[in-house]
Each structure stands twice: as C-alpha cells, then as structure tokens.
Design a protein. Structure first.
Length: 355
C-alpha cells in the first residue's frame, strides 16, 4: 500500500515545542506506518543559520532535530522539494535539508543546487518501480529571481509531459507531484484540468497536487488518478507580529487527506484528518468521494454560468475570510468585533470579488 499526502510543514510549535509531537501525531502515525511507502511535499526547509531568501519579508522554516524525528515517525519515504518555500532559508537551509533527507534515506527531487537534484527518482515498493517527479508552478510565487545558486523544477505542462513519457518505460507507476493552484480555494482552475489530462495522456498514473492548503476534488482519467490538492497534513502554528502572537493558517486549511493506494487491487481508500489548535491531529469521518462529486458539480456550474462563479468567489474570497477573521484559531470574536480600525480590511475583501 502506498499513501500520498499533501503539505508537511514542521514549522512553529512543531519545532519549538517538539516534546509534544508524539502525542500530536498519535492518531495518524499508525495509519501511515501501514504503508510500504509514504509520499509527501516537504513544504519548508530546516534552519541552521540566519540565511534567508532575500526576496521575502516573511519566511517559514523548521528546525533540524524535530524534522529528523518527525519524518520517520510519519513513515515518510519520498518527498517533493519543488515548492514556494524550500528556499526560504537560503542555500544553507536547502543544503541542510537535503543532507538530513539523505541521512534518513528519504528520496527527494524537485529542488537543489546540482542538476541531478531535479531528476526523477525511482523508488521500489510493493514490488513496483515507482518513478517520482516533482514540480512547482511559477504562480505560487517562490520569489527566486536573481538566485543563481538555486535549481528549482518549474512546471511547464509540455516539458513535464515529455519527461513523463521518457520515464514511463523504466517504471511500473509514474507519480507526478505538482505544487500549484489558488490559495485557499476548493476548486482547481480550468488550466489545471487541461494540464492534468495532458500528463495522464503522456503516461502519468498519479498526479499528487498541493499548495492551496485546502482539499480539492479528484478525478479518474482511465486508470490514472488526479488529486488537484490533497490539502496539508500539518502546518505548525507559528508566532508572528510585534509583540509576537500565536497564529495559525485558516481553519479551512486544517482538513487533509491521506490517500491510500492498494497496489494489489489498484483501489483507493481515503482517510481524512483534522489539525486542531496546537497542531494535534485527529481522524474524522468525511466522505471524500461524495464531497468531490459535489465540488465538480459546482465547477461545472461555474463554467457555464457567471453567477455561479461569482457565488464561489464571494464564498472563498470574502465570506470564508470574514468568518476566519472572527473565529479562526487564536482569534477572539468579541475583541475583533470592537477593533473598528480593522473594518476597512473586511471592506477591501468585497472589492476583490470578480465573477
């Protein structure tokens, strides 16, 4: 059995308060340990000094020791490094991250400083040779302009399709990891749907999407399976501001999917997780197949009727953000209500909605 996850970010509390990590993951670790291989996107680098991406004002990072402990705890065997945060700690952070993965025996691709760091990796599990390719869309804004020491696998559909076709002959299963999509949206874009079909036509068996921090629907294309976004398993709650306050990503980002592929039957089993305040995970009852079907219906409506697209944008860009503003993790609704100076922030959201 293979398990596919979305984003892993051992930031904030996961690094600063590591003594609680065993209890934080006690619900999900046994499920992951049932797999012969777990694939994920490692969202942030480890920090070993004060180096940072000069193009970013705020960075995310993890610490080496908690990361080295959590990866085997979660049975991670292969990761994508092609994402918009992997260079947040500069070249030294990237080098330390690859050294940590190599020491742990975890396969990786998608980012580095040498050409072979970008090449597909082939791993073996359940008697299969699995080719794993990893890419990041420029639309996620890695902000790596003018950084010649970094090599990053940028996503271009035609180029990736050619790479998939080339590796197909040496693998039983081809997995393409793509960091792409719209932040905090439950829907892929039309361009993503077209690109995904191009890759499955070229021979990709599984497309493992991530970046939006939210779940998105999946598709079956013949014998291929497309996950536009698996959400994230964990993103550590972090301190931000002056004075520093504990913050978290939106509540809607706290639902993730563990997608288990049974190689003997070629069937999928889905297990959903929810990350609570303080980064403790629990398993939840969630019918991903039915939820996915509903999202595709709304996607179809939005393609045909502008009013449906407007309704989706109003929900995702305004209503969800207003609810998060008042009721998100570590927020105090009454305090927020009387912070009248912030009402202008909510007004600005309404001006951003486009049909």
């Amino acid at each position: 059995m293979l398990i596919f996850l979305g984003d892993l970010a051992f930031t904030g509390l996961l690094s600063l308060d590591p003594q609680r990590n065993t209890s934080r993951f006690e619900a999900v670790a046994p499920v992951l340990r049932q797999a012969s291989m777990v694939f994920a996107n490692l969202e942030v680098p480890v920090k070993v000094d004060e180096s940072r991406n000069p193009n970013k004002s705020f960075i995310h990072h993890a610490l080496p020791e908690p990361t080295a402990s959590l990866l085997p705890m979660l049975n991670i065997g292969c990761v994508s490094l092609a994402n918009n945060h992997i260079y947040d700690c500069g070249l030294t952070g990237l080098q330390a991250t690859l050294a940590l993965l190599d020491e742990a025996g975890i396969a990786h691709t998608g980012a580095g400083w040498l050409p072979h760091h970008l090449e597909p990796v082939v791993v073996e599990a359940d008697g299969l040779r699995i080719a794993f390719l990893a890419f990041v869309s420029p639309s996620t804004k890695p902000r790596t302009e003018g950084l010649p020491t970094l090599l990053l696998n940028y996503f271009d559909p035609e180029s990736v399709a050619n790479q998939v076709a080339a590796v197909r002959s040496v693998a039983d299963l081809v997995v393409v990891s793509i960091h792409w999509g719209r932040d905090y949206s439950s829907y892929p874009t039309t361009d993503q749907v077209v690109a995904a079909r191009r890759l499955t036509d070229a021979g990709a068996h599984i497309i493992m999407g991530h970046h939006p921090h939210t779940l998105q629907p999946f598709q079956q294309q013949g014998r291929a399976t497309i996950f536009y976004s698996l959400g994230g398993l964990t993103f550590g709650d972090f301190y931000q501001g002056n004075p520093p306050r504990l913050r978290a990503l939106f509540r809607k980002t706290k639902t993730g999917l563990m997608a288990a592929y049974h190689t003997d039957t070629q069937q999928w089993r889905f297990t959903a997780t929810r990350e609570l305040q303080g980064n403790r995970l629990k398993l939840i009852s969630f019918d991903y197949r039915a939820w996915s079907a509903r999202r595709w219906r709304w996607f179809s409506f939005a393609q045909r009727w502008p009013v449906a697209a407007l309704a989706i944008n109003l929900r995702e860009q305004v209503l969800d953000r207003v609810v998060e503003y008042f009721f998100g993790y570590y927020q105090h609704p009454l305090k927020r209500l009387f912070q009248w100076r912030n009402v202008s922030k909510i007004k600005k959201l309404f001006r951003k909605v486009n049909p």
